[in-house]
Write a protein that binds this ligand. Structure first.
Ligand SMILES: Nc1nc2c(ncn2[C@@H]2O[C@H](COP(=O)(O)OP(=O)(O)OP(=O)(O)O)[C@@H](O)[C@H]2O)c(=O)[nH]1
Ligand SMILES: [Mg+2]
Length: 403
């Protein structure tokens, strides 16, 4: 998966904690994702450390013995960043930094970093900057203690405190300014959305890297940036699409991820409005990913947070070309058959019985089953159209050529 290894990549180690909420297998999955995030941010993971512990160490999250092990490794292997899957408190971050003497990053700050790197437009940059300052503000206290120790405490407390207060004020002022700027842009965007007229609005949603932009491109013949890294898309693209003479708007937006930092959900309000105001959601899923069911749950959680969980939704299971079930030997009577052994046909049965024809199985890359996709979307959009304009005389074609 992480094929590229060049010297420009910063060397990093990952740290995960095994406890009653997350067993070893889960932590491995989480660290796989964290490694992909690290790769997206420009890092190369050279080692993973995990520790089994029921109660996290309040000082350094992991235990002191494990910390020494990591310290040794960091020293000997020219490590630039130590990345934790779990969120660190400001104090933990400070303590760990002091001991390891390299950059200490948690999942939230890693995601924020990728967003910052990826933001193309001034609008996306403003949203990310706001989220970063919101993340930084409670952590400024930590910097102060750090400063105090460096400067030797006595006599420095006054100026130190002033310094941190000044820093805080600067950050708060910046937050206020960014919020104002965003409110202004939000209003402009709202007007823009209002000007789009009464067309039915369809939004692509889903976990990051599932193929939303690829699908957008094949359906609308546009060229939205798609690549095999996380968060390729940050801005929303809206395209007018016509299927069987019926025009509607299709939007492609930022992908979701497990534990998407709340600061980001809040500051990406306007980007997510596109989802909130959509008439129909196309929830795209990468069925070839071993954790796709968890991805669905994470996406549904975020949809719930932005009050869009009850929207009309079609589940679009993508990447069927890449799906490979685990196989069991006929003679193997021990291995239990699990969801990992399901064929695409099994998955179809499961989902059709759950949500009927609101489930679709496609490959956006190989253009498999796209006719069926177009037909389903057409039917849904037409239904919405008919309800909205009961008296219009639009002629819905009986027989469609979806090519
Ligand atoms: N094998 C296979 N790969 C696909 C398919 N659809 C998309 N991909 C690949 O999956 C990767 C991610 O695709 P994108 O379209 O960028 O995914 P996205 O959901 O827009 O991702 P973000 O914008 O990062 O949230 C790219 O490398 C695509 O080429 C598919 O049907 N089959
Ligand atoms: Mg995309």
């Amino acid at each position: 998966m992480l094929e590229k290894k060049t010297t420009e990549y910063e060397r990093a180690v990952l740290i995960g904690v095994i406890n009653k909420d997350q067993n070893e297998a889960k932590v491995t999955e989480y660290l796989d994702e964290l490694e992909f995030l690290t790769f997206t941010a420009g890092g190369e993971v050279t080692q993973r450390f995990t520790q089994r512990m029921e109660v996290p160490n309040p000082k350094t999250l992991i235990g002191s013995g494990k910390m020494e092990e990591v310290e040794q490794y960091v020293k000997e292997n020219d490590i630039g960043s130590v990345i934790f899957d779990d969120e660190l408190s400001p104090a933990q971050q400070r303590n760990i930094e002091k001991q390891l003497r390299c950059k200490i990053i948690d999942r939230t700050s890693l995601i924020l970093d990728i967003f910052a790197q990826r933001a193309q437009t001034s609008y996306a940059r403003t949203q990310v900057e706001l989220a970063q300052y919101e993340y930084l503000l409670p952590r400024l206290t930590g910097l102060w203690t750090h400063l105090e120790r460096q400067k030797g405490g006595i006599g420095m407390r006054g100026p130190g405190e002033t310094e941190i207060e000044t820093d805080r004020r600067i950050v708060r002022d910046r937050i206020t300014l960014l919020k104002k700027k965003l409110t202004k842009i939000d209003r402009q965007m709202e007007t823009q959305r209002g000007n789009r007229g009464a067309l039915v609005r369809v939004a692509l949603v889903g976990y990051t890297n599932v193929g939303k932009s690829t699908l957008m491109n094949v359906v609308s013949k546009s060229e939205v940036f798609a690549e095999n890294k996380l968060f390729a898309t940050l801005d929303t693209t809206v395209r007018k699409v016509v299927i069987g003479n019926l025009p509607f708007l299709l939007s492609d937006t930022v992908g979701f991820i497990r534990k998407l930092p709340t600061q980001l959900v809040e500051s990406f309000k306007s980007t997510l409005d596109e989802v909130r105001e959509a008439d129909l959601l196309l929830h795209v899923v990468d069925i070839s990913h071993p954790q796709f069911e968890e991805h669905i749950a994470s996406v549904n959680k975020i949809l719930d947070e932005i009050k869009s969980a009850d929207k009309k939704t079609i589940m679009v299971f993508n990447k069927i070309d890449q799906y490979k079930p685990e196989t069991i030997d006929e003679d193997d009577l021990v291995t239990e058959r699990t969801a990992a052994h399901f064929t695409i046909e099994d998955w179809k049965k499961t989902w059709f019985s759950k949500i009927g024809d609101r489930a679709l199985f496609i490959s956006a890359l190989n253009k498999e089953n796209l006719d069926e996709f177009r037909k389903r979307v057409y039917d849904e959009v037409r239904d919405i159209h008919v309800t909205r304009f009961p008296y219009n005389n639009f002629l819905y074609p009986e027989h469609l050529d979806f090519q």
